[in-house]
Design a protein around this ligand. Structure first.
Ligand code: C5P
Length: 242
């Protein structure tokens, strides 16, 4: 159900995580980044604080990735998506861990929205990078996180999702298993020489594109920069060299 061709520009592939607490700060950043980046990511913190009206205002400036990672029984996820899809975000996501029936319910909601002229594409979150091997063992999963991420990606692909959120380190294996048209959105991106902050397994923008990322999520290297627009331009320039 992927609507995108594969001819995205470097700029369209750059997604900036708006991890700021208020609409005022988010809209100020959006004004500085409009036209320079492909999408802005709104996560749970900002959505819970500012709500749907804020997302509408943001989307009037730059396409939005609504990163709410829904995970519930199929009917609840479908109904929540139906409400969120009235905002027509460019991307929205659910947890693959919700299982086949939940993923299929999510796909149905997004397909109905698109038949009605909507643009939204559905991604599934594979394994949170905060879950290491030990945490997964405590949850009853033997084996490394990469193995589980690949299994979840295959599940999301079979259910008809448009792609996954995954680590750039897993993007090439997922592309190989599920095909180029099944998108990979990858956080944990750091320009060469930038501070890694709390991210453990980072990749540079160029490396991530080479590994098969469709979209790169970059937060603090842009949002905490003295000049966010210049920081975004430098990353786009690095991506354009690939
Ligand atoms: O500032 P930074 O570039 O680390 O921000 C990355 C964004 O991607 C944050 O919003 C973070 O919550 C999100 N994310 C992540 N790793 C994941 C999933 C989401 O860093 N596995």
């Amino acid at each position: 159900m992927s609507a995108l061709g594969l001819n995205l520009t470097a700029r369209q592939r750059l997604v900036v995580a708006l991890d700021v607490p208020t609409a005022k700060e988010a809209l100020a950043l959006a004004d500085r980044l409009a036209g320079r980046v492909g999408m802005l990511k709104v996560g749970l913190e900002l959505f819970c604080a500012e709500g749907p009206a804020f997302v509408k205002a943001l989307q009037a400036r730059v396409p939005v990735f609504l990163d709410l990672k829904l995970h519930d029984i199929p009917t609840t996820v479908r109904r929540a998506l139906e409400a969120l899809l009235t905002l027509d975000p460019r991307l929205i996501n659910v947890h693959a861990q919700g299982g086949p029936a939940m993923l299929e319910a999510a796909v149905e909601a997004v397909q109905a929205h698109r038949r009605a002229g909507g643009q939204t594409e559905l991604l599934a979150v594979t394994v949170l990078t905060s879950l290491d091997r030990e945490a997964l063992a405590a949850l009853g999963h033997a084996g490394p996180p990469e193995e589980l991420a690949l299994a979840y990606a295959k599940l999301a692909h079979r259910a008809g999702c448009g792609g996954v959120v995954c680590s750039a380190w897993e993007a090439s294996a997922i592309r190989e298993a599920c095909g180029e048209g099944f998108h990979r959105l990858t956080p944990g991106i750091r320009p060469a020489g930038a501070a890694t902050q709390d991210q453990a397994r980072v990749m540079t923008p160029a490396q991530a594109l080479k590994q098969g990322s469709t979209w790169l999520v970059v937060g603090r290297p842009i949002t905490h920069a003295a000049d966010p627009a210049a920081a975004a331009e430098a990353i786009v320039a690095e991506m354009q060299l690939v």
